[in-house]
Ligand binder design. Structure first.
Ligand code: PAF
Length: 281
């Protein structure tokens, strides 16, 4: 696996990969890789001849009060995992290569970016959209893979790819979970043992709520019950627990179309998000 840090060298390496006519898949990441990321690489290998992964902790998607400076960084271990999983290239630019002096462009996706995490983390999805368009232009993949765990991010990226006519297939890969049900996330590393145990209430409450809705339970009541369970487990604050249209993420009061149940809440100093698909029976 080649580790590349300069855009020109990346262009040459991707052109060389393409020489055999095979498709190129891309897995954008911020590093601190886990089995969830490896599932994206594995899916990329099924869909393309070559996989390019990127590691870039993108300052534009962190608010000044968030964890940019403490976000886990372990590139050497990440590179070994990517190589073992069959990645051809690791694209690992630094901040100066990504955002040279004078960088002035911002990509903002209206609508789908605005509620949920967009409301709780103003500017976050502009940062994501801007860096993802840059990464796509740098690598020019045929297909790109994103985890459903960051479901709103996936919806934002699907929207921008459609709106900007980017010829890239976007594939969402189901959330990978630990044995206790907690969705894999680089930020789980912040949880103490006690918080980690209490955090199981998040996937459990969402699972129960999804089931209750599928069985015809009143959406508002089911959501209230899930909030109460999360609060009882020690989540504070609870940013949202909501049922949304699976594509636009508009809030739903009844389960009358493909929907997604989404939640975000803080356990100690760690903000966790999770979501599940919910289809009417
Ligand atoms: O999901 C992530 O790791 C990041 O938001 C992404 C898509 C790599 C953009 O920085």
């Amino acid at each position: 696996m080649q580790i590349i840090r300069e855009t020109e060298a990346l262009r040459e390496a991707v052109t060389a990969l393409r020489a055999d006519g095979g498709r190129v898949a891309m897995v954008p990441t911020m590093g601190a890789l886990h089995a969830g990321h490896m599932a994206l690489v594995a899916e990329g290998r099924r869909r393309a001849a070559h996989v390019v992964a990127s590691i870039f902790v993108n300052p534009k998607q962190f608010a000044p009060t968030e964890d940019l400076s403490t976000y886990p960084r372990r590139e050497a271990g990440d590179a070994r995992m990517l190589e073992d999983e069959g990645c051809a290239i690791l694209w690992a630019p630094d901040v100066a290569a990504m955002y040279p002096d004078g960088f002035a462009t911002n990509i903002s996706v209206a609508g789908v970016s605005e509620g949920l995490d967009g409301a709780a983390r103003p500017g976050h999805f502009d940062g994501v959209a801007t860096v993802v368009v840059k990464l796509f232009n740098q690598v020019r993949p045929d297909v790109a893979l994103f985890g459903e765990k960051d479901y709103q991010q996936l919806c934002v990226i699907r929207r921008l790819v459609r709106d900007l006519d980017l010829a890239i297939e976007i594939v969402g890969v189901p959330t990978q979970r630990d044995a206790d049900g907690l969705a894999l996330s680089s930020r789980n590393a912040y949880l103490s043992d006690e918080e980690r145990k209490a955090a199981r209430a998040l996937p459990r409450s969402l699972g129960e709520a999804a089931q209750a809705m599928i069985e015809g339970g009143d959406v508002a009541e089911v959501l209230d019950r899930a909030r109460t369970r999360l609060a009882a487990a020690g989540f504070d604050p609870i940013d949202y627990v909501t049922l949304s249209d699976a594509e636009s993420l508009a809030p739903l009061a009844t389960l009358d179309r493909p929907a997604r149940l989404l939640a975000a809440a803080r356990m100690g100093r760690t903000r966790l998000i999770d979501n599940l698909p919910v289809l009417s029976a």
